[in-house]
Design a protein around this ligand. Structure first.
Ligand code: MRU
Length: 372
């Protein structure tokens, strides 16, 4: 599967339109396996087990999950039950609640026999909107890449590559296409800019090493996987020109929640005077909260993700081995919060802005109190 970022699509309607298919991200990059999601519980399992993951893709999968549930039971009670099951799958990415609310609002006015069709139409609209949003984030982010490339004398023929550091996977695999943080990278690469990406491996689940490296490889973008602790060293030695990450939830004041370890990269970037950008689709803004540290629920996952590591055996089978002494306890916090003051700019589909209430409201004036 060769790609330019726009063609990696980890979720699709089945050919007979009876259900949804998702690319199983628990097996990438070793195996390419598609899973059929035929009902509400399949969708919930896919999100919880991280066959699908990444904030926008979690939202899209939940939206289709509501459709699958309503095909079975389109009553008010069926809608409420499906909403509850899907909403409980993962706590941090706000896109999940956003997508469920959007589908529920679209179906509620309809009588039960029309609700499944309305849900499918809304889920498909959410998926296509994600593609358009991410393409726009790419175009807006590209301007920042070009500015930075000019400032450091990189990225063009005869100069060194522009070195970009990213954390986790905020790529096409985390979305419906393009990715958020990867979209400017794909667009810069497509325009002939020489870009090189430092890919944080992103322990414990290694979304960088497994997923970001895979999709950048599919797209021919030069990249190097590094251990999570290497970024600060690279920054101190002038080997990082800019950082760009995705996000699972941004508060109305611009605090950014993203995969665990993001905060440390932002601190190192600040210390070294390196721009730290956050690619932010508008469904990821939680306008109801201000203080990311206190108000965003941080997912805690199974300690086995820390005590064990998964990879491919010589015969191609995917298996895991224990890293820690038998019986050692582990803590597994999925996300952290980077305070707005450490973020150089938010890159949205409407343009870029400072990470602040005024910055966000400048791009989304309809969110100002007392505005229509
Ligand atoms: O636990 P994950 O893999 O779902 O976490 C994903 C991330 O933290 C991504 O950076 C974030 O969802 C942004 S995806 C465009």
């Amino acid at each position: 599967m060769k790609s330019d970022g726009s063609t990696i699509r980890p979720i699709r309607l089945a050919a007979d339109a009876s259900c949804v298919e998702v690319l199983d991200q628990t097996l990438l990059p070793h195996q390419l396996a598609w899973r059929r999601l035929a009902g509400r519980d399949d969708a919930a399992h896919a999100i919880r087990s991280m066959q699908v993951r990444g904030a926008p893709l979690i939202g899209a999968t939940a939206a289709f999950g509501l459709w699958l549930a309503l095909k079975h039971d389109p009553s008010d009670a069926g809608l409420a039950a499906a909403d509850e099951v899907l909403r409980a799958t993962r706590p941090t990415a706000v896109n999940l609640a956003w997508a469920l609310d959007a589908v529920a609002a679209a179906v509620r006015p309809w009588p039960p026999n029309a609700r499944a069709a309305a849900a499918l139409a809304k889920a498909q609209a959410i998926a296509e909107e994600d593609v358009a949003i991410n393409a726009a984030i790419g175009r807006n982010g590209l301007k920042l890449f070009e500015e930075r490339a000019r400032a450091v004398g990189a990225g063009r023929d005869g100069t060194r590559p522009l070195n970009v550091l990213t954390h986790c996977n905020a790529g096409a695999l985390a979305c419906v296409a393009w990715g958020t943080a990867t979209s400017p990278i794909y667009q810069a690469h497509a325009q002939g800019m020489h870009v090189h990406v430092w890919v944080d491996e992103t322990r414990p689940r290694n979304q960088g090493a497994n997923l970001t490296a895979w999709e950048l490889g599919q797209s021919g973008v030069p990249h190097t996987v590094i251990v999570d602790n290497a970024g600060g060293h690279l920054m101190q030695h002038g080997k990082v020109d800019l950082c760009i990450v995705g996000t699972d939830r941004v508060t109305a004041d611009g605090d950014v929640c993203n995969k665990i370890g993001t905060y440390l990269k932002a601190l190192a970037a600040k210390d070294n005077g390196i721009p730290f950008y956050v690619a932010l689709p508008s469904p990821t803004i939680d306008w109801t909260i201000q203080d990311g540290l206190r108000e965003i629920p941080i997912e805690e996952r199974d300690e086995r993700e820390v005590t064990h590591i998964q990879g491919a055996l010589a015969d191609g089978r995917v298996d895991s081995v224990r890293l820690t002494p038998e019986g050692a306890r582990a803590a597994n916090y999925g996300f952290d919060v980077t305070p707005a003051r450490l973020v150089s700019a938010l890159i949205t589909e409407r343009g870029t802005c400072p990470a602040s209430r005024e910055g966000l409201l400048g791009l989304f004036p309809e969110r100002r109190p007392n505005v229509g």
